[in-house]
Ligand binder design. Structure first.
Ligand SMILES: Nc1ncnc2c1ncn2[C@@H]1O[C@H](COP(=O)(O)OP(=O)(O)OP(=O)(O)O)[C@@H](O)[C@H]1O
Ligand SMILES: [Mg+2]
Length: 474
């Protein structure tokens, strides 16, 4: 780009230079022309006057005899050197210079009028030769040699100045073009480099942000665009992570559900098959089989109902009816309700709630959540122990519920799974509580999250478990 721009400027200036040289030459030659015409007129006039004032007739003879006088008279009239020659080109006066060999002189001998500009170093002369006619014949030649040095010098100086001005303009334009293009192309090059980096996942803010010109605008627009794209990328990444998590969770859920439904189905189909093979002959086995089939069918039915409940109760926002709930009172109510079951295991429930306050939430769901956690603490807390339920509200209004037991605790590897639907830690505690479905903590988590909160488990092997429910703002 810079090269073509420089070339255009160069051609433009060169043309300007050539045109100005041409015009100057034409002007100079017009000036000389006019001067020569004037000189010729003066020569003719003075020649005529010379002979008239002396009562003489111009002829080859008188021209010859008056040659010296004419040289002087005409010389002072035109202010230049004048020489007189006869029609053959012979010098007629001692005051003449040497015989000229220029074309003007030979032309004048033939009857023509012309002038020649001669150049020799800094000297410049114009020689004008004019034939002198008498009775229609050339009787001699008057030659005027004028000094042209001043005009020549002026023209030379003018052209010299024009050339240098053109060269200076060209240099100035070139330097400005280089400077401007470095200010333009440099940043644009870096912008495109940055764009390439950005498309490869790397981005560093451009240093032209503070510039007030178009490059600055471009850099700022680019920066804003990059920020927007990065924001969008973050959103996309977060959504992708959530989607992957949800996919993983639903797979776990289906695995667990399948596992849950498979056990009763295996028992049912096993007994049904054996009964068909045995027929009615083995009455005790038949009765036992019928009992198992009925029991397992009921359990299967219960599980299906639980699954349906699980999928509707915990998930749909529209099922939640939010109102102002006296949370400490609700916690105390749950503790009281669970006392009967706790007594079965000789467990003492301690309830620490503090002063009453209202919390915005779904009363029934909150109750369900608390019952499930306290139920777990009672079920897995161990005989002859204490379950502590405490409710705390900080100055900033943050509500936290702690439910602690003194049971065997949950092993590290199970903690992250106990919130999955149908997940149970196998062991004696489970055998003791055969009614457990493994849905309680999944519900607790869902309800807490619907209230903008979260659930954590802190468990020490053989020293008990603490469930921490951090409630949302309500
Ligand atoms: N306080 C606790 N101490 C020890 N283990 C616990 C405790 N709470 C939960 N668990 C373990 O986590 C598993 C999942 O608990 P969750 O409440 O989801 O199901 P569940 O109590 O087995 O059945 P459900 O609550 O549906 O009747 C339990 O089976 C139990 O093994
Ligand atoms: Mg439970």
């Amino acid at each position: 780009m810079l090269l073509s721009f420089t070339l255009v400027i160069f051609i433009g200036l060169l043309s300007l230079l050539l045109v100005s040289v041409k015009i100057t030459e034409q002007n100079v030659s017009r000036l000389i022309d006019r001067d020569m015409v004037q000189t010729k007129k003066t020569v003719d006039l003075y020649l005529k006057q010379y002979f008239l004032t002396r009562n003489m007739v111009l002829s080859a003879g008188s021209f010859h005899t008056e040659a010296d006088g004419l040289v002087k008279e005409l010389g002072s009239a035109v202010g230049s050197t004048v020489s007189i020659y006869d029609s053959k080109g012979k010098s007629l006066s001692d005051l003449n210079g040497p015989i000229p060999d220029t074309s003007d002189f030979s032309g004048a001998l033939q009857g023509g009028i012309s002038y020649v500009v001669s150049q020799s170093g800094a000297d410049s002369t114009i020689s004008l030769s004019s034939p002198v006619l008498a009775n229609g014949a050339v009787i001699g030649v008057v030659r005027v040699v004028k000094d042209n040095a001043a005009l020549h010098d002026f023209t030379n100086r003018f052209l010299f100045a024009v050339k240098w001005i053109a060269a200076a303009i060209f240099a100035l334009v070139f330097i400005t073009a280089v400077f401007l293009s470095s200010r333009l192309t440099g940043p644009i090059g870096r912008l495109s480099g940055s764009l390439k980096d950005f498309s490869n996942g790397r981005y560093e803010p451009l240093p032209f942000n503070r510039r007030t010109d178009e490059i600055g605008d471009l850099a700022r627009a680019f920066h804003r665009m990059a920020e927007k794209i990065e924001e969008q990328m973050d959103v996309i990444k977060r959504e992708r992570d959530t989607l992957l998590k949800t996919q993983k969770m639903s797979k776990t859920f289906f695995d667990n559900v399948t596992h849950e439904l498979k056990t009763p189905l295996t028992i049912i189909s096993g007994y049904a098959q054996t009964m068909r093979e045995n027929g009615f002959h083995d009455k005790p086995f038949f009765d036992k089989g019928i009992k198992y089939i009925m029991d397992e069918s009921r359990r299967l039915n219960d599980k299906v109902v639980q699954i349906l409940e699980m999928s509707t109760a915990a998930s749909r926002q529209s099922d939640y009816r939010y109102e102002q709930v006296n949370l400490p009172a609700l916690v105390r109510e749950v503790c009281t309700d669970m006392t009967v079951k706790a007594r079965k295991y000789k467990i003492d429930i301690r309830c620490e709630t503090g002063a009453d306050f209202n919390y915005r939430g779904d009363r029934e769901k909150l109750r369900e959540m608390l019952i499930n956690v306290v139920d777990n603490a009672v079920k897995y807390g161990g005989v002859d122990s204490t379950v502590t339920v405490s409710l705390k509200k900080t100055d900033t209004g943050k509500v936290t519920i702690f439910v602690s037991d003194q049971g065997k605790g949950i092993a590290e590897e199970h903690i992250e799974h106990v919130f999955e639907p149908f997940y149970r830690v196998s062991g004696e505690s489970q055998e003791r509580e055969r009614g457990s479905a493994g849905l309680g903590l999944a519900l607790v988590k869902a309800i807490a999250e619907k209230h903008g909160g979260s659930v954590k488990l802190a468990s020490t092997r053989s020293a008990g478990t603490q469930v921490i429910i951090e409630m949302g703002e309500g």
